[in-house]
Design a binder for this molecule. Structure first.
Ligand code: LMR
Length: 397
């Protein structure tokens, strides 16, 4: 029959952890797998600002008619300002345009197809390691994938290795950079490092594609945009993918954008015509709800202030969990070994635990994390840090 030859593929290594965790009957289990924020109660709440915006939309929305290929202009405006800064000359000069996409992943898919179709022959350089879906999205779009080193054997940022590899990248290739809160490692370049990366990008005439999925989870909403704004100010052309999944808690509403910074306002119109055309063949027009929520929040000073506070609360909680875990490991003589957890930023930590240790943690202690040793710090239950530290110490014996 038609389907006889179709085999089975393994489940997504990150998403399948959610299922395995849910099925584990152990009440002492820990979910450090998929990148979602959890509060002190272990819940991933809908931010209050989002609930208020949703209530307003329910009342005021009068139609569900299609929105255009680039989404709702009000969303495009606020997301551009959030990412590039409200006073950005790029916005003033109409050189930056946001296309609404189904999540940050949709923005990545749109950029991959844009590169494949409009910049044929250009390869993309990804950090080693990176979010696994970066690898598959570009490969499936037919873009050649190469890697630059990112983390050394000592489980520290390998900035020299990264710069050396990029300095040898073919001119014109695309380099994917994580704006902040690198996924999976949590290691971010310093401001000086970013300036050196910028130099290499400029010299090799690389096109930066900046993945900005965790704005507000590192050092703050504005601080986290520093590298993106530096590149957008210093280079004529930049691609930026932005996600509202984490900072607005809109995970399942699939809300994101691809922002293109072009040399001129006229060129931006050309590029946006291509993006609308590509998107039409991918998802036709983007989903509206999450983007309408974001536009409502960022368009209203009171809701925006509330949201800014809510993001800051999430950020501070993650930072506390990081230092709390390092402290909890101290009595086991492991403070030094895991000191990097306090240095890393955002939800994720490359713990340095081996795949065998990760398996042991899961099998013997019901601690779930990605096989590469990536832990979602934002998923830790702060009241049970000692228990988690004990489990880690046990597999480090
Ligand atoms: C993660 O890396 O856990 C998140 O970005 C969620 C996902 O879609 O993989």
């Amino acid at each position: 029959m038609h389907f006889d030859a179709i085999g089975r593929v393994p489940g997504d290594p990150i998403l399948s952890l959610m299922e395995a965790y849910a099925q584990d009957p152990n009440p002492r289990k820990f979910d450090l797998g998929v990148g979602v924020y959890k509060d002190a109660q272990g819940l991933t709440p809908i931010p209050h600002s989002v609930k208020l915006a949703e209530a307003r939309l329910m009342e005021q929305q009068t139609t569900k008619i299609y929105i255009g290929g680039h989404g709702e202009p009000a969303f495009g405006k606020v997301i551009n300002e959030l990412v590039l800064g409200a006073d950005s000359p790029l916005i003033r000069d109409k050189r930056a345009g946001a296309s609404q996409t189904p999540g940050g992943t949709g923005a990545l898919r749109l950029s991959a197809d844009f590169i494949a179709q409009c910049l044929p022959g250009r390869g993309v350089w990804l950090s080693d390691p990176t979010w696994p879906i970066h690898e598959s999205i570009f490969a499936k779009a037919g873009v050649k994938v190469s890697h630059y080193p990112y983390v050394g054997r000592d489980n520290r940022l390998d900035i020299e290795g990264m710069l050396t590899a990029l300095a040898a990248a073919p001119k014109g290739d695309v380099v994917l950079l994580h704006a902040c809160c690198h996924n999976p490692t949590g290691f971010d370049p310093s401001h000086d490092d970013w300036r050196r990366i910028l130099d290499v990008v400029r010299k090799r005439e690389l096109l930066p594609l900046i993945d900005f999925a965790y704005q507000g989870f590192g050092d703050g909403l504005e601080q986290d945009a520093w590298s993106t704004r530096l590149f957008a100010a210093e280079l004529p052309e930049v691609l930026i993918t932005s996600s509202c999944s984490k900072n607005f808690g809109l995970y399942r509403d699939r809300t994101g954008a691809l922002i293109v910074c072009a040399k001129t306002a006229d060129k931006l119109i050309d590029i946006r015509s291509q993006l609308a055309n590509i998107a039409r063949n991918l998802w036709s027009t983007p989903p509206d709800h999450g983007a309408a929520v974001v536009a409502t929040i960022l368009g209203d000073p009171e809701l925006k202030n509330l949201w800014v506070d809510e993001v800051e609360t999430m950020r501070l909680r993650i930072a506390q969990l990081r230092s709390g875990l390092v402290e909890a490991l101290e009595p086991h003589g492991l403070r030094e070994r895991f000191a990097h957890i306090g240095v890393q930023r955002g939800m994720f930590s490359y713990t340095g635990l081996s795949p065998e240790q990760v398996k042991q943690l899961r099998d013997q202690h019901s601690v779930y994390m990605v096989g590469t040793g990536r832990a979602n710090v934002a998923g830790i239950d702060a009241t049970r840090l000692d228990l988690l530290a004990e489990a880690i110490a046990d597999v480090c014996k």
